[in-house]
Ligand binder design. Structure first.
Ligand code: HEC
Ligand code: HEC
Length: 212
């Protein structure tokens, strides 16, 4: 008994260091870079995205979020709804990654890319009205939109306006965040329901774009 507890503690410490904030090994990044060649066809070699095919900028997204969301695409928790056309484009790409180690390696590489500054593409959003709508969002995404790993909320700082609008629409329509296994998407879905219409979504997105 007395031997087991220290062993368990040691094991817990190893598991904790493996799941978050672990140092990224150089060969992980190398493997990630090799795997990223496929991703670059849609997300671009610098991770700036391609609006013409609905591929968002991903450069500099935190590795924990990339790992979690790519795993969701891989397992059909995200991007499997028949009406989620952009999700259906991403899902088979995630499925080319053969193991959790490959997902972690490509996530580490994506996280190491310097964030890009996407141009604004939407018109008609009112950032002043959006600021009021954004107040409840700060609880998870933070006042500056930097995200919060403890609450599983990604950064919104380097994301495109068209992509954010599309995701708010998907959450609201139940194309994202409704799979029973989507424990973190479930946190976001009720928030999307507070945005009454497309105008409200455009307003909040216009405000998020001012956060840098
Ligand atoms: C065929 C084009 C294509 C390829 C190749 C591709 N993706 Fe995607 N990816 C997309 C599209 C489209 C979306 C947007 C899905 C949506 O709207 O939900 C996306 C979404 C994502 C997201 C979600 C971003 C966010 O903010 O939630 C991540 C992360 C991602 N891709 C990573 C990758 C990685 C890593 C690879 C390589 C293994 C890859 N993608 C390959 C098209 C592609
Ligand atoms: C209770 C915490 C919480 C609140 C409050 C919240 N969010 Fe989120 N949000 C999340 C989580 C968690 C995710 C990631 C879900 C996932 O893993 O798929 C997310 C994802 C998103 C995304 C998609 C990001 C991406 O890269 O795909 C957008 C856009 C977004 N939130 C905007 C908002 C806006 C706007 C508000 C306020 C109206 C808001 N959020 C309020 C937790 C929250």
């Amino acid at each position: 008994m007395s031997m087991r507890i220290p062993l368990l503690l040691a094991l817990a410490a190893v598991l904790a260091s493996a799941s978050s904030g672990r140092p990224v090994a150089a060969d992980d990044l190398e493997r990630g870079e090799a795997l990223y060649k496929l991703c670059a066809q849609c997300h671009g070699s610098e991770g700036g995205g391609d609006p013409s095919i609905g591929a968002p900028p991903i450069a500099g997204l935190p590795d924990w979020y990339v790992e979690s969301t790519v795993t969701k695409f891989r397992t059909g928790v995200r991007g499997a709804h028949p009406d989620d056309l952009a999700g259906l484009r991403m899902r088979p790409m995630a499925r080319t990654l053969r193991s959790d180690e490959d997902v972690a390696a490509v996530a580490a590489y994506v996280g190491s890319l310097p964030p890009t500054e996407p141009d604004s593409t939407l018109e008609g959003g009112d950032a002043a009205r959006g600021k009021i709508l954004y107040a409840p969002c700060t609880a998870c995404h933070g006042p500056a939109g930097a995200g919060n790993q403890t609450l599983f909320a990604p950064s919104l700082q380097h994301t495109s306006d068209w992509y954010m609008l599309s995701q708010l629409q998907k959450f609201k329509a139940g194309l994202r965040g409704t799979n029973p296994d989507d424990t973190t998407g479930k946190l976001m879905r009720p928030m999307s329901l507070t945005l009454v219409d497309e105008q409200a979504m455009k307003d909040v997105v216009a405000y998020i774009l001012t956060l840098k």
